[in-house]
Ligand binder design. Structure first.
Ligand SMILES: Cc1ncc(COP(=O)(O)O)c(C=O)c1O
Length: 498
């Protein structure tokens, strides 16, 4: 120890809390002193006996702390030469000046470019609280229901859910079989269970599809407007996205052929365009398939809510028209509940193992017990019955919402017709600021999504998405009155001369 000062003059050592875990606290104080440069590499420490006496603690406690720091490489002990701060720490991190009491603000540290981008994605994708008009809030008392809980208890008490090692990234075979049966019947998907890869939802399916099919800078097509979770994935993958405008027939494929016929993939929501709601017309489906065939390109079909249809029959899936060119993505977020985090990819068989690789890299696989619960829920007929019930309930809530809006909407606002899913779209006058309106609505206890940020083309069309599935009639009606008030304020603010 240098003659400069006694070790206990070092503030962090002097101040150690002697009430509990003293050896841990002493080790911590010594680490801090070394990091701050108060103890230098090579500097000799007092003997354990001397230090214990100075600090008025048991010698065994000091021995324990020294042993710990020696194991960590902070100290080195040589017989006859006492204990020193490890000489190799010369190259250690620069001294720590002070431990910040609060984490530094974002702009006070040098954010790496990906971190800055991901922070913005976290904000765009942050979930809404479960207040009216949040989308994908399951109807309480219906989903998850008693059967779900009962099956959960049964599966969790069985061998299937016992703690075990890693499993197949493709997922539990019973669930893959149940999903293949369901989509063949309900969506005319052509597949075998070997083509089904369980995901943690479509968000992950979109990312995995990108990883499997695309390299950096590859050109792709996406709709305009589009699901922000998709555009975030495409940005993150570093591909070149050509946004194709959407009209009454859905994505304008002809525009894609003019802009970039050599695109490697097209990302579409053909059953229910997100966010506007029209289906992709049969003519456009055929054009998209002809393009994919000719260019050996891929179609990624995001079929996020087609089970929730309230009139007529849905178009069958695009996958069923060309199974060799379509990656089909399904999810249980809308028909069961989003916190389940289970969905699926149906891939052409030669690609299925690549999806397993993409999944293994991300997080290996989804929790096994939840997959068994869902497999039993589908296999034993509860899923079909649940679908029938929520279709009826959501159709009723949708009709109530539409009627209330019709009575209350100020001039210049109108509802976009669509008969599927868990949301409706409300167009606003072109001058309206939908982003500001959505922020004001949130302060007033309403969760609406603004449409204009989902457009690449400018000027974007303002509008709001209103979810209805999770809210009983009285709550929807009261929410519409409040929304109408906010709309009137918004329109008055944007009126000429306001
Ligand atoms: C169009 C669309 N695609 C994908 C998703 C992601 O769903 P998941 O919860 O399965 O990740 C959503 C969720 O709202 C969606 O609306």
């Amino acid at each position: 120890m240098s003659k400069r000062r006694s070790i206990i003059e070092i503030p962090s050592l002097n101040a150690i809390d002697r009430t509990a875990n003293i050896s841990r606290r002493l080790a911590e104080a010594l680490r801090t002193a070394i990091a701050r440069g108060e103890l230098r590499p090579g500097e000799r420490l007092p003997s354990t006996r001397t230090l214990a006496a100075s600090l008025r603690i048991a010698r065994g406690t000091v021995v324990e702390a020294f042993d710990q720091l020696t194991a960590e490489g902070y100290l080195e002990a040589r017989v006859g030469a006492g204990t020193r701060v490890a000489a190799a720490l010369t190259e250690a991190a620069p001294p720590l000046h002070a431990t910040p009491a609060v984490p530094p603000a974002e702009d006070a540290i040098d954010l790496p470019a990906p971190a800055a981008r991901l922070i913005s994605m976290a904000r765009t994708l942050s979930p809404h609280p479960p207040v009216p008009f949040a989308i994908a809030v399951p109807a309480s008392g219906i989903a998850p229901d008693d059967n779900w809980r009962r099956l959960g208890n049964r599966v969790r008490a069985s061998k299937q859910a016992a703690p075990s090692g890693y499993h197949d990234p493709m997922g539990v075979m019973e669930l893959r079989i149940a999903i293949a049966d369901h989509v063949r019947r309900a969506r005319a998907v052509q597949c075998e269970p070997e083509q089904v890869i369980i995901t943690s939802g479509t968000q992950q399916g979109l990312y995995m599809a990108g990883r499997v099919m695309l390299s950096r800078d590859d050109p792709v097509w996406a709709e305009d407007p589009a699901y922000p979770g998709l555009t975030a994935v495409l940005d993150d993958l570093g591909v070149r996205t050509h946004r194709l405008p959407v009209d009454a027939q859905g994505m304008n494929v002809e525009r894609g052929l003019e802009l970039c016929p050599a695109a490697r993939a097209a990302f579409v929501t053909p059953s229910h365009q997100y966010p506007i709601g029209m289906p992709l017309s049969m003519a456009r489906r055929n054009a998209l398939i002809a393009w994919a065939d000719k260019n050996r390109a891929w179609i990624v079909e995001d079929d996020y809510d087609s089970e929730l249809r309230y009139a007529g029959h849905p178009f069958p899936s695009m996958q069923g028209l060309r199974p060799s060119r379509v990656i089909y993505l399904g999810t249980f977020s809308k028909v069961l509940f989003p916190s389940l985090r289970l969905g699926y990819v149906i891939a052409p068989l030669p690609l299925a193992e690549a999806f397993a690789g993409a999944r293994a890299i991300l997080d290996r696989h989804s929790p096994i017990s939840e997959q068994h619960v869902l497999a039993a829920y589908i296999r034993e007929g509860y899923f079909e019955a649940h679908l029938r019930r929520i279709r009826g309930l959501y159709a009723e809530r949708r009709a109530i919402l539409l009627a209330a809006l019709e009575r209350a909407l100020p001039q210049g606002c109108h509802v976009q017709p669509s008969d599927q899913g868990m949301h409706i779209l409300l167009w606003l006058p072109q001058e309206a600021d939908d982003v500001r309106l959505a922020a004001n609505a949130l302060s007033a206890g309403l969760a609406v999504r603004a449409i204009s940020p989902m457009y690449a083309a400018q000027p974007a069309r303002p509008g709001l998405m209103l979810g209805f599935g999770g809210f009983p009639p009285e709550q929807l009606q009261a929410a519409v009155s409040e929304l109408a008030r906010l709309l009137r304020v918004c329109i008055a603010q944007t009126a000429p001369g306001a």
